[in-house]
Design a binder for this molecule. Structure first.
Ligand SMILES: *[C@@H]1O[C@H](CO)[C@@H](O)[C@H](O)[C@H]1NC(C)=O
Length: 473
């Protein structure tokens, strides 16, 4: 079943590219009621007011009745075909008493604010609201991403950053997609372009897409400070909060780290996890973000030398990370059993509950270690016993050994240094003096000890030997 699923997934994902669509959420659309200070789109009895000094490009999709309109000095209204304004003679019966409604504009909506973007794998997914969760750095468009500003809408975005340019693959504005650098530069210098994009950095399009099937590093770590300056972290209640790479805040949940081989495909794998696990009802509240990250390597844990790429899977849930941990387990188990097909070399996880996939490794390792230790000891004892019996090895004289001194008291035992002239001796019958009450030998509840002599293994019951020898000497 899983095998066929693998094949199917592989078949339908050939040719998949590893870029995402990132859509800017805010808009400056006339019909969006959140853009009006009264929380409603103005109607026929209202006075519409745009701030005189504010630069704004407002998209008007349909026709609207107004009482009066005050327009800005430097701004524009982009009228959709068929859109327009008209004045109602007298009172508009469908409108209230008539108020002055201001169009809200903000100069401070920043490109590098992760909360103002939503990501999807395809434009279809975007339309259907199937958004992907990403760490903060990757919520903002990456260098390989297609940037989308909603069609039939306008916007105003502050692109200020410490770097002169913001490279992306393409930008769609007002339903037109720009993927040529010069075309987009021309658009930016237009009146509309200047009202929509302001700030010190220039968005440049025409960057190549990500051609590595295993994914590409987003490239936004250079903008980390700018990105994290807009983020407010909430306080956490989990035991061991985690710090995902590229995220501005610590989180409760789990992080799966995957080392991959050349046949790994990020998009295939993302969909596999989606289809296998995220559809399950118990994972309904889960947010999962998967991407290639560059982890800096440190020589002996201190000296940085380059970085290595790995796949980071960040899993968050609404609870304290218990669901995330369960999913992390599922992902690691799946990766370990299908690793070769998926191109996964190694998968492990850390959870904010304090557990990690190492625990399996270490406890299994401990069991193996103990079993091996016991086996080695038993083998050693058997070998020593056999060798002594065969006469290959002679017991060295060890008079201080308590168990041997017991035996020396015994007349039946030969000289320790003497030649072994006996064959196999049954210890049960060998020591009638030592074992005065034979039945006690079989009493399992009685603590017995084992001693070695040149004739074999003797079961010595300390209870009955107490008077003969000082056992603790
Ligand atoms: C209206 O604007 C808000 C905030 O900018 C945005 O979240 C919402 O999606 C917009 N509504 C529509 C219908 O586009």
């Amino acid at each position: 079943m899983l095998k066929t699923l693998d094949v199917l997934l592989l078949l339908c994902l050939v040719g998949a590219v590893n870029a995402l669509y990132k859509q800017w959420i805010p808009d400056t659309k006339y019909e969006n009621k959140t853009n009006w200070d009264k929380g409603a789109v103005p109607c026929g009895n209202d006075i519409v007011q745009f701030s005189a000094q504010r630069k704004v490009s407002v998209f008007v999709e349909t026709t609207h009745a107004v009482q009066e309109m005050r327009i800005p000095v430097d701004g524009e209204l982009i009228l959709n075909s068929g859109a327009g304004f008209y004045v109602v003679a007298g009172q508009d019966p469908d409108c209230g008493a008539g108020v002055t409604t201001k169009f809200k504009t903000s100069e401070s909506l920043q490109w590098f604010n992760p909360a103002l973007w939503q990501a999807a794998e395809t434009l279809d997914d975007m339309q259907q609201g199937k958004f992907l969760f990403s760490v903060h750095e990757e919520s903002v468009p990456c260098q390989y991403d297609d940037v989308v500003f909603k069609a039939l809408s306008s916007f105003r975005v502050d692109t200020s950053s410490s770097l002169p340019s913001i490279p992306v693959k393409s930008v769609s504005v007002l339903g037109k997609t720009f993927d040529s650098k010069s075309d987009f530069m021309q658009y930016l210098s237009s009146h509309t372009g200047q009202l929509q994009f302001h700030g010190s950095s220039t968005v440049t399009v025409g960057n190549s897409g990500c051609v590595d099937p295993s994914g590409c590093d987003c490239g936004n770590s250079v903008n980390n400070q700018k990105i994290c300056a807009t983020v407010t972290c909430t306080s956490l209640s989990c035991k061991k909060p985690l710090s995902p790479l590229g995220h501005c805040c610590e989180v409760c949940g789990a992080i799966v780290t995957i080392r991959y081989a050349s046949n790994f495909n990020l998009q295939t794998y993302r969909r596999r996890i989606q289809h296998l696990f995220l559809v399950m009802p118990q994972y309904k509240s889960i947010q999962l973000g998967m991407s290639k990250v560059l982890k800096s390597q440190r020589l002996m844990g201190i000296i940085p030398f380059g970085s290595s790429a790995e796949i980071q899977v960040v899993i968050l849930d609404e609870e304290k990370g218990t669901q995330s941990e369960a999913l992390a387990w599922d992902i690691v188990k799946d990766a370990r059993s299908h690793g070769a097909n998926l191109g996964i070399v190694e998968a492990e996880f850390q959870a904010s509950t304090g557990s990690s996939s190492d625990q399996l490794g270490s406890s299994a390792g401990m069991v193996v270690g103990v079993v091996f230790g016991v086996l080695i000891m038993i083998t050693f004892i058997i070998v020593v016993v056999v060798l002594i019996r065969k006469g290959v090895v002679k017991m060295p004289p060890m008079p201080s050994l308590p168990s041997l001194s017991i035996l020396r008291n015994n007349n039946d035992t030969g000289d320790l240094g003497g030649p072994l002239d006996r064959g196999y001796d049954n210890p049960m019958f060998d020591k009638p003096v030592m074992l005065p009450e034979a039945p006690s030998l079989y009493g399992t509840e009685i603590n017995t000890s084992i001693s070695l002599t040149q004739t074999g293994v003797h079961f010595v019951n300390p209870v009955y030997d107490e008077n003969e020898t000082d056992f603790t000497a």
